[in-house]
Design a protein around this ligand. Structure first.
Ligand SMILES: [Zn+2]
Length: 588
């Protein structure tokens, strides 16, 4: 089906009228709108999303020289043109909106210094989409970006120009800005109030606040045209029927439990983004050739009981009965807490889904890492969840007097360990998606005047590719032996953890990537370094994940932050994915 999801925003325009209306979307550069229209005559009938996608494609195709000309057409922020009243109306309104017309003399001087340094280094003015920022945010961004390499900053500036263009397109067309994303952000804010603490978000599994959040979630599910329930394992499940009742379902989910003093987006974002996508289908009365179920899992973080992923495991049919005997630090048992919550520890098996009734599982989640932000992308498609190996390494040398033993006669275990740490880092740098970390190191006996006779350190190795991870760990073991041999040290390695990777289904990766492309974003694929419910659901059906950019890659922290634009983009990607979802293509 191809629903009419937009009004024809440019439909009364001819080509000249189109340029007159949209030529200023890129500052003083109507050539970009002209090129976009020349490449897509259908733009005369397009919505904001398609206009923006076509114009940014025209900008990206315009070549370095033309791109540089677009960047150079922008005025300095809080610059001399602003003082002289010589900005375009758009720039003037945007700068005033961020309070740049109210700079103190000191701030104004600082802007001029930065403008000069920036211009000298990069050859174009500093450009930032100021909407939602105040002048302190802007100064901070300015100070950070002036340190970028020229290549990186050129790309950053182009990304900002594209964002400004989107905001101007909304302005010109009078379309409500990011309506889906704004609603989602408002709900995430409201949802964060279901907490054990008044001023922080702490919502542990099977607590009263978890139950209150579940009730709110069910109300929103009902509102979105779903029927909702709590299953025996404490998962909240909402179902939106397809074009006839009883069809197999696509599962969308994540978790609604949190760590202590959590951010608002980890887990909750994926659940409420799923509800938002269904609500939009429902608002348009769209039914798809399959059902959709949105699930809020309960036990992803594993903070309260010494178990984790029990909700998603119950749905996948792999719940380990031993979890029912788990006890929290207050002595309350898992089974008892589950009963109080509204689940049924004696009927966990009823939560399990049969493979035939679930087509696939898709989880939207904040990235919890810095890759998308560094590449200026709002979303990315996950290839898999990293497998992990952990080791404890013990290096043996000879402890001796730091003053009396000449350098050449020493067997310094810590100096050897230091060389080993760098070898670990080198192996991490060699692999594409491999990360290798030494997070802890200890010198023995650990005294200022003693040559270390022993050193103990850890290695944490992760990759979405188990073969690559195993090859890297073998190579690292060789490196450690070589360093020890050269230095006359002993080395003993103990493996403390080994978990295989969870691969996302190639068909889901492809379909999510197509949806991302259709929403005008480069479909960057990346592995997940953190664990997710998708790991457990993979035992039931093909799984896929969509990552949303989060600020500074921070998670498990109140500083977790995403933008309304990225929230909006994520819901639109989910919607587009749902509208094109082809279960048959997953089996190939
Ligand atoms: Zn999470």
């Amino acid at each position: 089906m191809s629903p009419d999801n937009s009004k024809n925003l440019a439909h009364d325009l001819d080509a000249d009228g189109f340029i007159a209306r949209f030529g200023g979307v890129f500052e003083h550069s109507p050539c970009i709108a002209e090129a976009a229209l020349a490449a897509n005559p259908g733009l005369l009938h397009a919505d904001v999303g398609a206009l923006h996608a076509a114009m940014t494609a025209a900008l990206r195709a315009a070549g370095h020289e033309r791109q540089m000309a677009v960047l150079r057409a922008h005025p300095d922020l809080a610059g001399k043109l602003a003082l002289a009243g010589e900005l375009t109306a758009d720039s003037s309104a945007e700068q005033a909106g961020a309070g740049l017309d109210r700079c103190t003399p000191e701030e104004f001087t600082r802007f001029q210094e930065l403008n000069d340094r920036y211009q000298t280094k990069f050859g174009f003015p500093f450009i930032i989409a100021v909407r939602g920022l105040d002048r302190h945010d802007i100064l901070r961004a300015f100070e950070k970006r002036v340190g970028n390499t020229p290549e990186r900053e050129f790309q950053t500036a182009l990304g900002q120009v594209e964002r400004i263009a989107l905001l101007r397109l909304y302005q010109i067309t009078g379309q409500p800005q990011h309506a889906l994303g704004q609603t989602l952000m408002n709900r995430l804010e409201e949802f964060s109030k279901f907490s054990a603490e008044p001023d922080a978000l702490t919502r542990l599994f099977l607590t009263a606040e978890h139950r209150a959040a579940a009730d709110q979630l069910m109300a929103w599910m009902d509102d979105a045209g779903m029927t909702s329930r709590i299953d025996a394992a404490g998962n909240v499940v909402g179902r939106y029927e397809g074009d006839r009742p009883g069809l197999p379902a696509l599962l969308i989910g994540s978790h609604i439990d949190t760590v202590r003093n959590a951010g608002k987006y980890d887990g909750n974002f994926g659940v409420l983004a799923g509800v938002a996508a269904v609500a939009e289908l429902n608002r348009r009365a769209e039914r798809l050739p399959f059902a959709i179920e949105v699930v809020g899992f309960g036990d992803e973080e594993g903070v309260r009981f010494p178990v984790t992923l029990t909700g998603s495991r119950a749905i996948a049919g792999t719940f380990g009965a031993a979890a029912l005997a788990a006890v929290d630090t207050d002595g309350i048992g898992y089974a008892e807490a589950l009963r109080v919550f509204g689940g049924d520890p004696d009927a966990i098996a009823t939560a399990a889904r049969r493979p035939g009734e679930i087509l696939a599982y898709v989880e939207a989640h904040i990235e919890q890492g810095p890759v998308l932000e560094a590449e200026n992308l709002g979303v990315g498609v996950v290839t898999g969840i990293n497998g992990a190996s952990r080791f404890t390494v013990r290096v043996g040398g000879t402890a001796n007097h730091a003053g009396t033993v000449p350098m050449k006669l020493r067997r310094d275990a810590l100096a050897g360990a230091a060389e080993m740490v760098l070898a670990v880092e080198r192996r991490g740098l060699e692999g594409t998606d491999l990360v290798a970390t030494v997070g802890r190191i200890e010198a023995l006996p650990g005294a200022v005047n003693v040559i270390p006779g022993g050193a103990v350190f850890t290695i944490d190795l992760r990759s979405p590719d188990d073969a690559a991870r195993n090859a890297a760990s073998a190579a690292i073991m060789g490196d450690l032996e070589a360093v020890a041999g050269r230095r006359g040290l002993t080395v003993a390695v103990e493996q403390t953890h080994d978990a295989p990777a969870t691969l996302c289904a190639p068909g889901l990766i492809a379909q999510l990537a197509e949806a991302v492309s259709r929403c005008g974003v480069k479909p960057r694929q990346l592995p997940s370094g953190a664990g997710h419910d998708a790991m457990a659901v993979a035992a039931l059906c093909p799984v896929g994940m969509l990552f949303t950019r989060c600020r500074n890659g921070i998670s498990h922290n109140p500083a977790e932050s995403i933008t309304v634009e990225d929230a909006d983009l994520s819901v639109r990607v989910l919607l587009d994915f749902l509208r094109h979802f082809d279960a048959a293509a997953l089996t190939h």
